[in-house]
Design a protein around this ligand. Structure first.
Ligand code: DGT
Ligand code: CA
Ligand code: CA
Ligand code: ZN
Length: 577
């Protein structure tokens, strides 16, 4: 028998606590096991050694009963009590406690009343509307459980792009320093800018892969090597993220990059097209099926050209119609980062931002922008120090001073992020709103209101003649907060009717509107803004996430207000008053 570890003992006590709670036993007993579990998890010494000294009961939260159970585990590798409990409480029911917002009382209810013994079964029951019938439950709590299950699955598998992107690029940059590394790219879902990332895929062109592989697995941020080969290796980082690296000679780099950029669905379509031409497409090359010479592609452009297609940008490669559009030569003329003329949402020390208006203006000028809109919070938002109506004029005076000092090469606009209150009214009266150059309205509270109510709030805000832009319209947070239950058709109709712009918030934890909603909005003729919601100069650098989200939504520069010259932006405001 191998030695039982502290971690195993701690985990079993923790599970026992959950099981007792599910059974409805006294909270004292439950807590006794939970505290013991925590004590053991934090022990700096091996339990086996403590047991041999005979000092188990000297440990905090460990009395004679628990010491006897520890002894049983350490000496027999088993615990009779735990085995009995496991026969009574199925492990899937314990797993259900991991669903955010689902406590032991309800988990036990589902188990006992509906015989639900796994997260999967719980999901099915919720989808079938069976949970709402139970005492104390309803349609809303049923929906919350479904959302919790979704949040759980997303949390376990995928990392928000904002966390993966810097890690991937730092790693790639380091590997490109190695002799023989010619050029490379971050591929996979990161290159396509999906909002969440499963694993990181790195590609490098080189004829001498060995030293690159060696350097890769020896990186300080690598915790475990999962596989190491001549041209491909996989590692797990200390942060838990998995990274795959592939190295091929430069003459094969085009097919390699196309293959590992994906998506899988897009690749399937490309391979079908190749087959129709009698070619077999792989990450290495095209091979004529009837025999003949292998076709090598140095670039992705050559891969697409071989298939008779124009180049398709990575953000479009999701099999959402891009291949047909490419065939018909009507791919969108996608917006680029260089099209952005200004940033229309940011905060300063007037509310919860880190720096002054001048400091934000200078940082934006360094990015080559022509204008910014300062959008500090209105005063009613409890969590931040917002701007009271009587502060609006002094803030305007400061903005005037900054503009005077900057001498006309750059314009700071006076805006606000006005709170849409729980009843749908805005935090400021119209006569206050009339003082701003542009008004952005956002929801931050009551995001879990029922569909009709929350949709009404947003519609009311859109209909206010002073509101120009709706900030982060759906209120989602990646990965843990589902969007509000808005009737987006109604929102789009209203925004189109009132000529109000909707924001793509470029903060990688928001990306709201998302790609598919942005695409629909633009199809309906709605104008978008892409803004960082920066709370510091560094926050301005998130713009590329927002632009990429727009590109994933097939958005062109003309659809985005902050690609326009300032005069046109202000004309748009005037038209709408
Ligand atoms: P992820 O990592 O889940 O966020 O998504 P991806 O797209 O990065 O997927 P990943 O890392 O499994 O594979 C990278 C790319 O390699 C993927 O986008 C397409 C390609 N690929 C991987 N497996 C397959 C496959 O079985 N068939 C095809 N056609 N392509 C594949
Ligand atoms: Ca990947
Ligand atoms: Ca991968
Ligand atoms: Zn906000």
């Amino acid at each position: 028998m191998s030695k039982v570890s502290n971690r195993e003992v701690s985990a079993i006590f923790g599970t026992i606590a959950d099981m007792l709670e599910l059974k409805g036993e006294s909270i004292h007993r439950v807590l006794a096991y939970r505290r013991a579990s925590e004590t053991i998890a934090e022990l700096p010494r091996d339990l086996n050694a403590i047991y041999e000294e005979g000092t188990l009961t000297d440990l905090p939260n460990i009395g004679a009963t628990l010491a006897a159970k520890i002894e049983e585990m350490l000496t027999t590798g088993d615990l009779e009590f735990y085995r009995r409990l496991s026969a009574e409480v199925p492990p899937g029911v314990v797993e259900m406690l991991g669903v955010p917002g689902l406590g032991p009382k309800r988990a036990a209810l589902f188990w006992k009343e509906l015989d639900i013994t796994s997260v999967e079964a719980l999901k099915k029951a919720a989808e079938a509307g069976k949970l709402r019938e139970l005492p104390g439950m309803g349609a809303r709590s049923e929906k919350n459980i479904l959302e919790g299950i979704e949040a759980l699955s997303r949390r376990t598998d995928r990392i928000p792009i904002g966390e993966a992107y810097p890690v991937a690029h730092r790693l790639l940059d380091a590997l490109l320093q190695i002799e023989g590394a010619l050029h490379g790219e971050v591929a996979g879902s990161l290159r396509r800018y999906r909002p969440t990332i499963g694993d990181i895929d790195l590609l490098i062109a080189s004829t001498t892969p060995a030293p690159i592989m060696r350097a890769f697995v020896a990186r300080p941020e690598v915790q475990r090597v999962l596989a190491q080969g001549e041209t491909k290796s996989s590692v797990e980082l200390v942060s838990g993220q998995q990274v795959d690296l592939r190295v091929l000679p430069p003459e094969r780099y085009g097919t390699l990059l196309a293959y590992f950029t994906g998506s899988k669905e897009h690749n399937v379509r490309l391979r079908e097209l190749a087959l129709k031409q009698g070619l077999s497409l792989s990450e290495n090359s095209f091979i004529p099926i009837g025999g003949g010479e292998e076709i090598l592609c140095e670039t992705e452009e050559q891969v697409y050209a071989t298939l008779g297609l124009p180049y398709i940008p990575p953000e479009l490669r999701e099999d959402r119609g891009e291949i047909d559009a490419a065939f018909e030569d009507c791919l969108p003329d996608l917006i680029t980062l260089g099209d952005i003329q200004g940033d229309l949402q940011m905060h300063t020390t007037w509310s919860d931002g880190a720096v002054s208006i001048m400091a934000m203006a200078q940082a934006a000028m360094e990015r080559g922008y022509k204008y910014i809109l300062i959008t500090d919070h209105s005063y009613g938002l409890g969590v931040t120090q917002g701007i009271a109506p009587e502060d609006v004029a002094p803030q305007r005076a400061e903005i005037d001073r900054v503009n005077a000092e900057l001498g006309g090469a750059f314009t700071v606009l006076h805006g606000v992020e006005v709170e849409i209150k729980a009843d749908g009214t805005l935090d400021y009266d119209d006569n206050v709103l009339a003082q701003f150059d542009l008004v952005q309205a956002s929801l931050h509270t009551g995001l879990r209101q029922p569909r009709e109510k929350i949709t009404d709030r947003l519609l009311k805000a859109i209909q206010n003649p002073y509101v120009d832009i709706i900030g982060h319209p759906r209120g989602q947070m990646i990965p843990d907060r589902e969007p509000a239950d808005l009737d987006m058709d109604a929102v789009f109709e209203a925004a189109a009717g009132e000529n109000v712009a909707l924001e793509i918030n470029a903060n990688p934890h928001r990306l709201d509107l998302d790609d598919t909603h942005a695409r629909r909005a633009v199809e309906m003729g709605i104008k978008l803004t892409i803004s960082t919601d920066a709370h510091s100069p560094a926050g301005l650098s998130n713009m590329h996430y927002g632009v990429a989200t727009a590109r994933r939504g097939w958005v062109e520069a003309k659809d985005v207000v902050n690609t326009w010259p300032l005069e046109r932006v202000m004309e748009w405001k005037k038209e709408r008053l």
